[in-house]
Design a protein around this ligand. Structure first.
Ligand code: M6R
Length: 365
């Protein structure tokens, strides 16, 4: 069942080009049409004034990426909440909000309860992004988009996350189109990016031997810092979560611009700092954040796009990810942090597929 792989997590990381292609397929067929989300989706989407995303763990980070997309591409206010927080705070009821729950399993109790809570406030416009057909959360939602990741067995979510990003990008495109913010040219460009994405992800997977060498260095550490900016900040969060979840190395993620506001105090020669450094409009900012870390003797491990000018030195190590793929770059930049966590865990001899204290599906509070 595992084929050439040692663990389900490794297998599932490598299944991503196919999982992504399968999830992208209906979008290439229907373009950014509301029906992707259900027969009455156009009516629902036309009557909303904002988006509220609710999820837990890795699914919450997918939602956090989507917030950048929905606000910048569709021009719609978007808020993202952790389900266990949302369900216990007094929310400002807004029935015109689209409630989007994201859940791989469709059975996460907090996400389910948060959905019921939103409904109790009169929010009836609900969409579920889910990987398991007919599970509880999609059944309780008006609209649904099923990711086609296939069964995910490793406790650490990998292919579910990247396919959730595709679903959320499709939502962004649909909302943008309905609001007249997506002309034919831009739509064609996004579809083209989607078409090429599995190939770029495969390219990133081919970096595994280099990443494994880095991971072996991480295995001896007790702490790590992950930095990102903008739409890649949630990828830094995801990288830190993966690392702590399966290797038990304490990892924290920060938006790189926050360094001076506290975390810089942690940096010394024992602190590996992973930097997500795509070739986007924030690259120069990221580079100056790298200088701040360097100046304190911190060791940098940067994932930089092939087409960026990026200096290496004895304390700035660089792995070249594929060329910058534009708006879908967070998907490509997820692959290296998954592989880093996997190989660090392997080197530490932890139970990669079943990390201590965790369950695949969290159906209790
Ligand atoms: O099934 P869900 O997407 O609702 O699960 C949410 C989280 O429990 C899940 O993403 C968790 O954080 C993963 N183990 C992280 O790898």
């Amino acid at each position: 069942e595992l084929g050439p792989f040692s663990h389900f997590m490794q297998k599932e990381i490598h299944e991503q080009p196919k999982a992504l292609a399968d999830t992208i397929e209906p979008i290439l067929t229907h373009r950014f049409k509301a029906e992707l989300f259900g027969a009455n989706a156009e009516e629902v989407f036309s009557n909303i004034d904002s988006v509220q995303i609710i999820a837990c763990g890795t699914s919450f980070y997918a939602g956090s990426v989507a917030r950048y997309w929905i606000e910048s591409i569709a021009g719609i206010p978007c808020n993202v909440d952790i389900a266990s927080e949302y369900r216990y705070r007094d929310v400002a009821a807004n029935p015109r909000q689209l409630i989007v729950t994201i859940s791989q399993s469709g059975e996460t109790l907090d996400t389910m309860e948060a959905l019921k809570y939103a409904k109790s406030y009169g929010c009836e416009q609900t969409l579920s992004i889910c990987n398991v057909r007919e599970s509880a959360i999609p059944r309780a939602s008006k609209l649904v988009f099923y990711t086609r990741a296939g069964a995910e067995i490793g406790v650490a979510s990998t292919k579910a996350f990247t396919t959730q990003l595709i679903a959320l990008f499709a939502l962004t495109g649909v909302l943008a189109k309905l609001r007249g913010r997506l002309n034919d040219e831009k739509e064609a460009e996004y579809l083209d990016s989607l078409r090429h994405l599995p190939g770029s992800v495969q390219h990133a997977l081919n970096l595994e031997p280099q990443i494994q060498r880095w991971a072996n260095k991480f295995a001896g550490k007790e702490h790590a810092l992950f930095l990102g900016r903008g739409v890649h900040y949630p990828i830094a969060l995801e990288g830190a979560l993966k690392l702590k979840e399966i290797s038990y190395i304490h990892a924290e993620a920060y938006p790189a611009g926050e360094l001076k506001h506290g975390p810089l105090a942690l940096v010394d020669s024992n602190m590996p700092v992973v930097v997500i450094s795509p070739n986007d409009n924030l690259l120069e900012k990221v580079k100056s954040n790298i200088q701040e870390v360097r100046a304190r003797g911190g060791e940098i491990f940067a994932f930089a796009d092939l087409d960026s000018h990026f200096g290496e030195s004895d304390i700035v190590h660089v792995i070249r990810t594929p060329r910058h793929v534009g708006v879908l770059s967070p998907v490509v930049h997820t692959i290296p942090v998954q592989l880093l966590a996997y190989h660090a865990a392997l080197a530490r001899g932890t139970d990669v597929d079943k990390p201590r204290n965790l369950a695949k599906s969290v159906t209790v509070e």
